[in-house]
Design a protein around this ligand. Structure first.
Ligand code: S3P
Length: 169
């Protein structure tokens, strides 16, 4: 058994689905954003503000590589994990990669107003999310072994599908 890697935009439900899959399968659960925050002892907003996005992507790579070497786990990644060259290959080699698909309007609705998402600051959230998704969709699709459409689905339904796909691979 290998890892289950969950990828997709912010607000696609990776963390929640990851926790649920881990509970249902009694597997370890890892949240890469939480790992970065714990390692850095700063919030993601603080890391972006003081070190910039490039540095954040380096910390994210380290967290990803560390997770890749651990016991089989369900790993919720940050939305931008596919933008760093090489990350997709690490995930594909060490497990099953599932892309959680959602529309920009749905993502915007699901993301609670908080300063934790620096990439959404200062603009119309649906517009920003649409632009980010336009750039990243091919990267998510290229990295994923499977895709799950999350529109209109509950966390339990999405988790159930993810488990089925993970079991099959
Ligand atoms: C980011 C998504 C965030 C976090 C950071 C950057 C992105 O994670 O890693 O703010 O580039 O899409 P979530 O997808 O868990 O919100």
């Amino acid at each position: 058994m290998q890892h289950l890697w969950l990828i997709g935009m912010m607000g696609s439900g990776k963390s929640e689905v990851g926790r649920r899959v881990a509970e249902l399968t009694e597997t370890r659960s890892i949240d890469l954003d939480e790992r970065i925050v714990a390692d850095q002892r700063r919030s993601i907003a603080e890391i972006f503000a003081s070190d910039g996005e490039t540095a954040f992507r380096r910390y994210e790579r380290v967290a990803l590589k560390t997770a890749a070497r651990e016991l089989p786990s369900v790993v919720a990644t940050g939305g931008g994990v596919v933008t760093s060259i090489g990350n997709a290959a690490i995930m594909r080699e060490t497990g099953t990669v599932i892309y959680l698909i959602a529309e920009p309007a749905t993502l915007a609705r699901r993301i609670v107003e908080e300063p934790g998402r620096p990439l959404l600051a200062g603009g119309d959230r649906v517009d920003i999310l649409s632009e980010i998704l336009r750039r990243r969709a091919p990267l998510y699709e290229g990295a994923a072994h499977h895709m799950i459409e999350t529109e209109g689905q509950t966390i339990d339904e999405i988790a159930g599908k993810a488990i089925e796909l993970w079991n099959r691979s």
